[in-house]
Design a protein around this ligand. Sequence first.
Ligand code: MV4
Length: 446
Amino acid sequence: MFKKILISNRGDVAVRVLRACKEMDIKTVAVHSLVDETLMNVKFADESVCIGPNSPLESYLNVASILSAAELTGADALHPGVGFLSENEKFATLVSVNGVKFIGPDPKHLAMMGDKIVAKKTMAELGIPVVRGSNGEVKCVEEAIEVANDVGYPVLFKAASGGGGKGMKVANSQEEIPNAFKMAKIEAKANFGDDCVYMERYLASPRHIEIQVIADSYGNVVHLGERDCSIQRNHQKLMEESPSIALSAENREKIGDIVRKAIKKLGYVGVGTLEFLYENEEFFFMEMNTRLQVEHCVSEEVAGIDIVKEQIKIAAGEKLSFKQSDIRLTGHVIEFRINAEHPETFMPSPGRIDELYFPGGKGVRVDSHIYRDYVVPPYYDSLIAKIIIKGSDRSECIKKARCALDELAIDGIETTADLHRKLVRNQDIVDGKFDIHWLENNLKSL
Ligand code: MV4
């Protein structure tokens, strides 16, 4: 097992990884920007290194500085957390070259899933269901029209280097193709420096359902069920739950088996998530996240597995200690993302937290790095806490969530807590009647 892990991240996820390390008797190194010196993960870690100024480019994205910190402290492994460099193939390679174990998949799998066309083609070949569309890149308007006539309108243009929805354009008819194609290419170039686009049939009202997988280096692959992440705005998830109310036990088992077989054949090692659109009881692969995810806690609570500890064990060359048949998904879990943002406009709301009270009790988990008098800096992601609620069923979970969210008190800054208090009392949410567009369509009336 590793002796010392450097955690190249900040905030709640840095605290989360640190806790796993401590329980495993592994020494920890926190790295931080100037303003982050007062963070909880810095206080909890055995050692800490300042890696640069506040700008993410000069600190949490500063490869040279992070590698120096690893060398300086003699860390034998590095956990990248979520975001920042966690899916960067070049970073993962450089970490390894420096004799430090990168806690994540092989760089070749990071590269493969970073290219959405390659990812889709690979998954289709492995038996994963995908949306009908172009065979790779679409190079001109004539080709786009041919594809659209083949798969049927509406169609969607997507950026090959994309993800997160940027560079996506819908065309409802042939007349709309030239402009949609042109705009998709312009946005793709502007956002990713690559104007390569591809096409798919556009699904009008799907859910976002993702499958959590965990694979060791001996070919053992286990899935931990799904998470329904349909409640999102501007491609930022706000609420995630498991199990999905839309998925039957039969369809869960079917997609789980398909995913496990594919991941085994791929030779993927580590934790990962396959994101799907789900419409009319059919799954369509979108992308694969080759890292730990913010919402991993939802699966931890339904499956009773510590995903981060398993991730570290797998990186250290250990075998998974459980089989698929050992996994019992129990109860119902919902995660609420508390962001330092205005609950209606979603404008960032940095500043001092004057008063803080976290809810508690059975089935109430809070993953956070904030404390009273902590100043939320304006430079980073606005996530300040995750409230993860578990009930014996969905109805109990929602009731518990209402109580917990009412107990929660964060003063001094605006947060998304008020939005969540409304969501858990909304009839559509209670009935589970929503798709990926629900939140944006219902924000005004909430
Ligand atoms: C789609 C789609 C409809 N049809 N693909 C958005 C992010 C990117 N990962 C894929 N996305 C979508 N792909 C087809 N063929 C609708 C979306 C989409 C979406 C997906 C998941 C969660 C929220 C979303 C919000 C808008 C659009």
